[in-house]
Design a protein around this ligand. Structure first.
Ligand code: C5J
Length: 223
């Protein structure tokens, strides 16, 4: 349509429709970004993730200024862990498993201090927060219904981690027919090479999973 805004992106311009776009901010939670949470319990250096917080906050601010929807997700489990498959809880040799007590409360359990979204990216009134038991944002959530109700057909993605919950959610969205755009400075992995590889595989083959763009490219195009 004439109202489309072309965003300089890879593998080509992303035709942003202001009437049909939403930002999905994946799992900007203390459990992944701060010491003592789920990410750290798995042996990861969490400082890499902390470095993108200003970029994610800036992107959220851009969507709010435009009046475009912002949706947040949290990876979380019910206190009785009935939504956590044993295969997930028992995987690996973490310092503390999902549901175990940690310095920020029970690991990856809904309502615990560590499960909260960090202050700099916190939701404001009117923004949806999707609690998800899986890596993908569509699995056992009402996200698809929420998007349909609001006429949203394009998703801009940010958050952590690039190759786990962000990529899984983007692939789920792509299969459901959404145009997906990942903002490069607003996502991060515990492994630098995994972020690089994920960005490359998303935009390869003509954008087989979607597009990637830089934050300045998006900001300049829409303002
Ligand atoms: C992980 C996530 N990495 N939010 N979760 O387990 O990416």
């Amino acid at each position: 349509s004439i109202l489309m805004i072309p965003i300089p992106a890879d593998p080509g311009p992303f035709p942003l429709d202001p009437a049909a776009v939403a930002l999905v901010v994946i799992d900007m939670q203390r459990d992944f970004i701060e010491p003592g949470g789920f990410g750290a319990s798995l042996g990861n250096d969490v400082t890499r993730l902390g470095a993108i917080v200003p970029a994610v906050a800036e992107l959220i601010g851009l969507f709010r200024a435009k009046g475009w929807p912002v949706i947040h997700t949290r990876e979380s489990h019910l206190p009785d862990l009935s939504d956590c498959p044993p295969a997930k809880r028992l995987r690996g040799k973490p310092a503390a498993r999902i549901g175990d007590p940690g310095p920020m409360g029970r690991i990856l359990v809904r309502g615990e201090p560590g499960n909260a979204i960090i202050d700099a990216c916190a939701p404001i009134a009117g923004e949806a927060v999707i609690d998800k038991p899986g890596k993908g944002a569509f699995y056992k959530t009402n996200l698809e219904a929420l998007l349909a109700q609001n006429g949203i057909r394009q998703l801009v993605f940010a958050g952590v981690t690039t190759e786990v919950c962000v990529q899984t959610s983007m692939r789920e969205a792509n299969d459901r027919g959404y145009d997906c755009l990942l903002v490069e400075e607003a996502t991060e992995s515990y492994f630098a090479e995994f972020k690089t590889a994920t960005l490359a595989m998303i935009r390869a083959q003509g954008g087989i999973v979607g597009w990637t763009c830089t934050l300045p490219a998006l900001e300049t195009a829409v303002t």
